[in-house]
Design a protein around this ligand. Sequence first.
Ligand code: PMP
Length: 334
Amino acid sequence: MKYGREILKGVEGYVPGEQPKMKNIIKLNTNENPYPPSPRVLQAVQDISTEMLRKYPDPVSLRLREAIAEHYGVAGPEWVIAGNGMDDILAMAIRAFVDPGDEILSPYPTYTLYETLANLHGAKMQYVDLDGEYQLPEQFYESNARMCFIPRPNAPSGVASGQKAMERLCREFKGLVFIDEAYADFADDNCLGFPRAFENAIVGRTFSKSYALCGLRLGFAIARPEIISELMKVKDSYNVNAIAQIAGIAALDDREHFKSIVARIRKNREWLTQALRDMGFRVPDSQTNFVLAHWKGTPSAKEIFEALRARAIIVRYFSARRLENALRITIGSE
Ligand code: PMP
């Protein structure tokens, strides 16, 4: 029986001490960060004691939540919940605040997981189309849905709704407004101050993208303590593992690394946007670590997607309304 690294020895491209990789693939389909996470994260993971692994982790991730509260300038850990990725928190929000049969509002297009989670819960999605500039139309404010999920900046367009529109939404929408800021660290502004200003606002964040920690599975949300305590009631008991709790604190601690990889991605985004426009794609200005490149003509976007794949360049194609003539491309390295 082979264990650990031994088992990797027949894998093509395996170098002892390195992650196994598939050769020469350019993976630009799931919005991962092309740069490595902070070396402090790797150090913190290596320093984990056997005792930390033997015992259950802190069920409420208190030290991590304290670090997040301090880092993001909120009053205390009672304003923060941590999750096994933000996806975990999206699921908690539905469990805590939506009943089967209720409606959940989201703009269209949007992050597809909301609908999956809604369906699992017996709730219904109510979509309102974004306008041609990917902004919220008037109709969006008129919904009576129980809850609203709004990715800001939007996925998959990369465009952010205006701050004024977000303020109006929080004022006029009767239910909870979950502002999904998975990509906000790549944007010019954010809604982190909203929970203090609006009692129905929840802001979700993730370590997956700007901290380059997709594999760690760590996300968090900021909201009023009354909302956080409802989420706490429905979370899995040990929803954030011991390694993620320690690594998250280490990631927050390395400001310089964070700033430098975010700045590089923003710079590469500018370059890629221009290069695609020069080739004839229509590319809205993105506030995220991906662009949505619209294409009209022959070959079709789907054929371009397939031709790229044949060259081991993997981008994202959605066969969905309004997206069938577009490719979503993650911002890679230089
Ligand atoms: N929201 C949006 C809009 C996303 O694109 C993603 C990542 N695919 C998430 C939330 C979830 O991020 P994670 O679970 O990796 O923290």
